[in-house]
Design a protein around this ligand. Structure first.
Ligand SMILES: [Zn+2]
Length: 492
């Protein structure tokens, strides 16, 4: 059998559609993931040893369908950034032939290190090995921003620089056997910080290199590399824009580029979405009186629908990944709009929001009020209020705050996830207030609780057998703001 390599790799198989909802499977390198599915974010460099802890602790409970997303910007120790975080560990990545071997190595390193481990008598069980599909995001916004600022990429030399960046990125992903990668690009949105606007060369550079023209050149170089080298690597093309028209034009331009080059990406990734609260309601045709949550969901759905419709026109089944903006609240709308895979950093960010002071305040309201009066910042880690339990039934008691994040000191909601079945809320709070290691442990348990909710929602969507069942599911939700918002964005 001839294995297709490089230019028309297929990783996604559409199994059926419930209206606009797609049920499918991703198969890469002997791994398989039912979709829709979620990618937990985890940057070895960025998260320091917390990631080691995550990987170890997840083994205790893990029965997750989540896959894993990492970031080249933090991992590439040869980049101009020089490693900033857990560099000793990250430097070892090149010794491993396979990213999953590196993951195993990280776990063992952590387990044999001292003084570690919040859990007494914890034994590593290799049979519980989590073998996620691993997607590498380029973080190229950060990489290019640095190069533009330092004038290493200029109008004069960019073609050669682009070629170098694309090659280095492929070399790294191939060497470490990632399963999928997001192609290099540069979205200009939210790039310029206040102080940077005076640096005119930098501003001009950002404008030039975030243009569609330059980004399409980068995508062309990516396709050229795929044609010449035929790497066994699934590449997703990133899509961005500032208005519905721009998104439509950009996806069409990419499809046209693929035709010209006779080479295809494995799928698409919608990224650089910015803050939905800052969008112009008129451009995006958001109805008057929409609240912030409705507005954000409609904005994300609109973009996804534009991309999906352009693909549908060509009977093109390729998957769409939502890069970084799939908050739990928007997950159902995004699946409804025809998206397949998702990542979002808020589950991790909210679980690690807790600062040292907050440990004193979880059980002590008076101390919290005292700090508040003194103007001392107290920031708590946050748990996601679940919509579904592990049997995929709606938890009616939680309806006031479905899929919102709530501070650990005020959190008192029902959950039936693998974490909450094993650790009582009070126990979790005590761990959170404990020593450094116990606090880390609690935060990771919170993170796992948060991401399991993504799993359950995706699984629920996959379990519905037709469009009517989906509609019934939404209609049978307990009366709540969440239901009202969902009805508005999905069915009106
Ligand atoms: Zn839970």
């Amino acid at each position: 059998m001839v294995i297709l390599r490089g230019c028309d790799l297929k990783m996604y198989k559409l199994i059926r559609k419930n209206g606009s909802i797609r049920i499918g499977v991703i198969q890469i390198n002997g791994k398989s993931a039912e979709a829709p599915c979620f990618f937990a974010t985890s940057d070895f460099g960025g998260g320091g040893t917390n990631v080691s802890r995550l990987l170890v602790y997840s083994d205790i409970f893990i029965n997750t369908n989540s896959q894993l997303l990492m970031n080249y910007y933090y991992l590439d120790i040869n980049s101009d950034l020089s490693p900033r975080f857990d560099t000793k560990l990250v430097k070892e990545i090149l010794k491993f032939k396979d990213i999953n071997q590196f993951i195993q190595h990280i776990k063992k390193t952590y387990l044999f290190s001292e003084p570690k481990k919040a859990i007494v008598n914890f034994k590593y069980d290799g049979s519980k090995e989590w073998r996620p599909v691993v997607l590498l995001d380029s973080g190229s916004g950060n990489i290019l921003r640095g190069k533009i600022k330092r004038k290493e990429i200029t109008h004069e030399n960019y073609k050669a620089e682009y070629q170098k960046i694309v090659k280095e990125y492929f070399d790294f992903s191939i060497l470490n056997k990632f399963d999928m990668i997001i192609a290099i690009d540069f979205a200009g949105k939210n790039t310029l910080k206040a102080g940077e606007k005076n640096d005119q060369d930098y501003v001009a550079g950002v404008v030039e290199f975030s243009s569609n023209e330059r980004n399409l050149e980068l995508l062309k170089l990516t396709l050229d590399f795929m044609k010449d080298n035929k790497p066994n690597m699934h590449v997703l093309a990133p899509i961005h824009g500032n208005s519905p028209d721009e998104y439509e034009k950009y996806i069409k331009d990419i499809l046209e580029l693929e035709r010209k080059e006779n080479c295809k990406f494995s799928g698409f990734a919608i990224g650089g979405l910015g803050n939905p609260n800052k969008i112009n309601k008129d451009i995006w045709a958001i109805p008057e009186g929409s609240n912030a949550k409705v507005k954000a969901a409609l904005y994300l759905m609109k973009i996804s629908s534009i991309v999906r419709a352009s693909l549908d026109d060509l009977n093109d089944d390729r998957p769409i990944h939502i890069l970084g903006s799939a908050s739990p609240y928007n997950l159902i709308p995004l699946i409804f709009a025809g998206c397949d895979t998702f990542d979002c950093h808020s589950a991790w960010r909210r679980s690690s929001d807790g600062n040292e002071r907050s440990k004193e305040c979880v059980f002590d309201k008076i101390q919290f009020e005292k700090y508040d009066l003194e103007g001392v910042t107290v920031s708590f880690s946050k748990l996601l209020v679940p919509l579904l339990n592990s049997n995929l039934d709606v938890i009616e008691e939680n309806k006031e705050k479905f899929l919102e994040f709530v501070n650990i000191n005020n959190y008192e909601y029902q959950c039936g996830c693998a974490i909450c079945k094993n650790i009582k809320l009070d126990e979790l709070k005590k761990l959170y207030c404990g020593n450094k290691e116990e606090n880390y442990y609690a935060k990771i348990l919170i993170y796992l609780h948060n991401i399991l909710q993504y799993d359950y929602i995706c699984e629920k969507m996959r379990s519905l057998s037709n469009e009517n069942e989906f509609k019934n599911f939404i209609e049978s939700l307990p009366e709540s703001q969440f239901k009202e918002n969902m009805m508005r964005v999905l069915f009106s």
